[in-house]
Design a protein around this ligand. Structure first.
Ligand SMILES: [Zn+2]
Length: 327
């Protein structure tokens, strides 16, 4: 579907497997070829979707000049290796997320082990850890074959179609998430940083050396996007939208509400899993449990950095409790 005539932007909606039903990838037409933004999961239904789009517009593999990814998550990175094999085009991603791919998707067993370590130390029972690991293990093959990556840095200019876009680093949903911004039309490819109807998960990662306070980073990257005065946002899930101001306010209030819910669940002390069990139903799927736990942990960590809570490690498990000296 043509989304923006002057910039030659088409939306290519591809199916996903879980609660979020689709990922919006975009294809940008220029005088000398096509540029793609985000790839979808590597699976038959995605290949079919791309091939149908290419066929409808008589796009040959060699017409594709570059594949740009907003972040490393499977629904964005997954099919980029297949697209690279199909087209021979370079695959670009922010330099921080390029490192995450090496760890996450290329060392699957290590990732599953790290998830177990993180969730066990946050009070999750073994049965729930098993469900989370099973769900994650199903995702890893949806990132094959791997793409050879070229990295992008914050502030760099890239050409998509016949127009220039600025790379904007927006950490939070992933450490190295990037958006692409066209100044002339005030248009932003927002990836999962800004979505129209939901807040993307802002979670603590199982990978060592990742963002220590992802919610604080997310909130400050919302501010940096706010100042751009975008008139059109093209997100990776859901409809495109114009009112960025309203959306940013809502995201701020979503996190404030969830911080309150988290605080109300602490009692005298609690693990992240205990907070999670109070806020969410016990029958959520392994896939969702993984994300909500990561987000609750991010909210708890944020409250620690804000000086409201402290984390105490006892027998390998983190307990969160009110700081006695808090103001
Ligand atoms: Zn996504």
């Amino acid at each position: 579907m043509l989304i923006h005539e002057q910039l030659g932007i088409y939306k290519v909606e591809l199916p996903l497997l879980h609660r979020v039903k689709h990922v919006n990838c975009y294809a940008v037409k220029g005088k000398n070829g096509w540029w793609l933004i985000d790839a979808g999961l590597s699976r038959e239904a995605t290949y079919k979707g791309w091939l149908q789009f290419f066929e409808e517009r008589s796009i040959k593999g060699s017409d594709i000049k570059g594949i740009y990814l907003t972040h490393y998550h499977s629904d964005h990175y997954g099919c980029s290796g297949w697209l690279q094999e199909y087209s021979g085009a370079p695959v670009y991603i922010g330099s921080i997320d390029a490192k995450r791919i090496n760890y996450y998707w290329k060392k699957g067993d290590y990732l599953l082990e790290a998830i177990g370590v993180l969730y066990r130390s946050n009070g999750m029972p073994e049965e729930a850890i098993r469900r989370v690991i099973e769900a994650e293990a199903e995702i890893i093959p949806l990132t094959l074959p791997h793409a050879e990556l070229t990295t992008l840095e914050d502030g760099q200019t890239v050409n998509l179609g016949d127009n220039a876009y600025q790379v904007i680093l927006t950490p939070g949903h992933s450490d190295g998430h990037i958006c692409f911004y066209n100044k002339e039309y005030s248009l932003l490819f927002s990836g999962d940083h800004l979505l129209p109807d939901t807040s993307s998960i802002i979670g603590v990662s199982a990978q060592p050396g990742t963002l220590s306070d992802p919610l604080a980073d997310f909130l400050s990257s919302l501010n940096s996007i706010h100042s751009l005065n975008c008139t059109l946002v093209l997100p990776a899930h859901g409809r495109s939208f114009a009112n960025i101001e309203k959306r940013i306010k809502r995201l701020g209030s979503y996190h404030r509400r969830h911080l309150e819910l988290t605080k109300n669940s602490i009692g005298s002390s609690a693990t992240a899993y205990e907070v999670c069990s109070q806020i969410y139903s016990p029958d959520i799927s392994g896939n969702e449990l993984r994300f909500v736990m990561a987000e609750i942990k991010a909210h708890l960590v944020y409250l620690v950095y804000q000086g409201e809570l402290e984390a105490v490690l006892e027998d390998g498990i983190y307990w969160y409790r009110w700081r006695k000296d808090r103001s």
